[in-house]
Design a protein around this ligand. Structure first.
Ligand code: GLC
Length: 420
C-alpha cells in the first residue's frame, strides 16, 4: 500500500513538462515585505494572526493565474498551501488558522487545483514542515508538547491535502531544518518522522513525486536560486524568483529583476542538464498578480511557443565543454538543438561532432542553413542572417540520420595540428 510506482514512471510527466510556476501567496503577502517578515521582524503571534482578518483574496483568480502559466509555457504549478507562518489556504480540519475559517472564507487550494485541471496544468502543492507559531519549533527541548503537536499537525495536513484534492503530482516540502545554533544538533528525519510520512504519502498517492526537503532524499533535488544539475538519472528542479533572491512572497519594493533573456537562459541551462526550472510569482495580498511579473512570464511563453520542441521532453546532449560557453544543447531522438547564448553570424562553429548532421535549420524562423565540415570535426553552419532573428535567444536544430555523437578526444593536444 505504501510503495510508490516505479520512479521512471512517476517522473515521466515531469521530464516532459520541464517548466513550472511556483506561487508564494499567504498572509505575509499583505505585509508586502516577503514571506519571512513574521520571523524576521519578530512580530508577536497574536499580531500576526490578526492579518487573517484582512486577507480576503478578493482579487485572487485561480483561473487567471493558471491561464498565465499556460501562456508562459509552464506545464505544472505549485502553490504554497501553507508557508512557515502556519496559515492554511485550504479547509483544514486540523486548525482554525485557515483562509476558509477566517476573513476570506474561501478554499484557495480547491480553486487552484480545479483551475489547473481545467487547463491541463499538472498540480503541485507546497507545504512547509514547520509552523513558526509553535514554540516547539524554536526550542523543542523546552516545549516538547508543542513540537509534537507541530509534527502531528503536519502529518494530518499532508493526509488532508492528498485525500481531498484529487491526484497531486508533486509534493513540495520546505523548512524542515532546525536551527542547530539554538537547538543543538538534531536528527531531522527522526524529528519530523519523515519515513513514516513518506509511507503515508506514497500510500495515498502512489504516482506522486516528493522533493528532498523532508530531511530524506525522496524523489527530487531542489537547488534554490541557482541551476545545478544532479547526477544523471536523478530528477531535479531549480527554483528561482524573478526579483531579489531573498523574497518569494510579494514585496512592494523589489527593483532588481531578472530579464526575460536571463530567465530563458536559466530555463535552458536546467533543461540541458535534464532538470526542470520552476519560476516564482508572489501575488499581492489581494491575490492579484503584479503586471511586471506577468509580462516577463508571457515573454518566456512567446519564446517557448516557437522553441518549445527544443525544451519539453528533451534530454541532454553532451557537447565539447569549451563550446558550452557559447550555447546549451538539448536532444530529441536524432535531433540536437543548439540554444545560442550569444548569436554569431554568418557562421556558427561546433567542434568535435563525430559526424555532420544531414540538415540544419534555424528553429526560430524555419530557415535552412548550409553545412560545411572542417578539420577537428568542426561542423560549420553557414548562412545565418546578420541580425539575430530573435531578440532573446536563437535556436538551431540539427537533424542527424543516425545517433548524434561527439568525438571523445584521446589526445588532448591533437586539435592543435587539426587532427582531433
Ligand atoms: C526557502 C525559504 C522559503 C521559500 C523556499 C523556496 O527555503 O524558507 O521562504 O519558500 O525556500 O524554495
Amino acid at each position: 500500500m505504501s510503495t510508490p510506482a516505479p520512479y521512471d514512471q512517476r517522473i515521466a510527466w515531469f521530464h516532459q513538462a520541464r517548466f513550472g510556476l511556483f506561487v508564494h501567496w499567504g498572509l505575509y503577502s499583505v505585509l508586502e515585505r516577503g514571506e519571512w517578515a513574521f520571523f524576521r521582524e519578530r512580530i508577536p503571534v497574536a499580531e500576526y494572526e490578526a492579518l487573517a482578518d484582512q486577507f480576503t483574496g478578493e482579487a485572487f483568480d485561480a483561473d487567471a493565474l493558471v491561464r498565465l502559466a499556460v501562456a508562459s509555457g509552464q506545464r505544472y504549478a505549485v502553490l504554497t498551501t501553507r508557508h512557515h507562518d502556519g496559515f492554511c489556504l485550504w479547509d483544514s480540519a486540523v486548525t482554525d488558522f485557515t483562509s476558509v475559517k477566517r476573513a476570506a472564507k474561501r478554499d484557495f487550494v480547491r480553486e487552484f487545483v480545479d483551475a489547473c485541471r481545467r487547463h491541463g496544468v499538472e498540480v503541485g502543492l507546497y507545504i512547509s514542515n514547520k509552523d513558526w507559531r509553535q514554540p516547539g519549533y524554536w526550542d523543542p527541548d523546552r516545549h516538547p508538547e508543542s513540537a509534537r503537536r507541530m509534527v502531528d499537525e503536519l502529518h494530518a495536513m499532508v493526509a488532508e491535502l492528498l485525500t481531498n484534492y484529487g491526484e497531486i503530482k508533486l509534493l513540495w516540502f520546505d523548512g524542515a531544518w532546525i536551527d542547530v545554533g539554538r537547538c543543538g544538533k538534531r536528527d531531522i528525519p527522526a524529528f519530523w518522522r519523515s519515513e513514516e510520512l513518506l509511507k503515508t504519502i506514497y500510500g495515498l498517492q502512489p504516482n506522486i513525486l516528493v522533493n528532498n526537503r523532508l530531511g530524506v532524499l525522496a524523489d527530487l533535488d531542489t537547488p534554490e536560486q541557482r541551476v545545478v544539475a544532479s547526477d544523471k538519472g536523478r530528477g531535479w528542479e531549480a527554483c528561482m524568483t524573478i526579483g531579489d533572491e531573498s523574497a518569494w512572497g510579494y514585496c512592494s519594493h523589489n527593483p532588481v529583476r531578472k530579464t526575460t533573456g536571463q530567465l530563458l537562459r536559466h530555463l535552458v541551462h536546467a533543461v540541458s542538464g535534464e532538470g526542470n526550472f520552476i519560476l516564482n510569482v508572489g501575488p499581492r495580498g489581494d491575490g492579484s498578480i503584479p503586471e511586471e511579473d506577468a509580462l516577463v512570464l508571457r515573454e518566456m511563453g512567446e519564446w517557448l511557443a516557437v522553441h518549445g520542441e527544443a525544451v519539453y521532453g528533451t534530454t541532454a546532449f553532451p557537447i565539447e565543454s569549451t563550446w558550452y560557453t557559447q550555447g546549451r544543447c538539448t536532444r530529441r531522438g536524432n535531433t540536437v538543438y543548439l540554444h545560442l547564448l550569444r548569436y554569431s553570424a554568418p557562421e556558427v562553429v561546433i567542434p568535435l561532432l563525430a559526424k555532420p548532421p544531414a540538415a540544419a535549420r534555424l528553429l526560430t524562423t524555419g530557415q535552412s542553413l548550409g553545412i560545411e565540415q572542417r578539420s577537428n570535426h568542426r561542423v560549420v553552419l553557414t548562412g545565418l542572417p546578420a541580425l539575430p532573428p530573435h531578440p532573446e535567444m536563437v535556436v538551431i536544430a540539427l537533424e542527424f540520420n543516425e545517433e548524434p555523437e561527439v568525438v571523445v578526444e584521446q589526445d588532448h593536444a591533437a586539435w592543435l595540428t587539426g587532427l582531433a
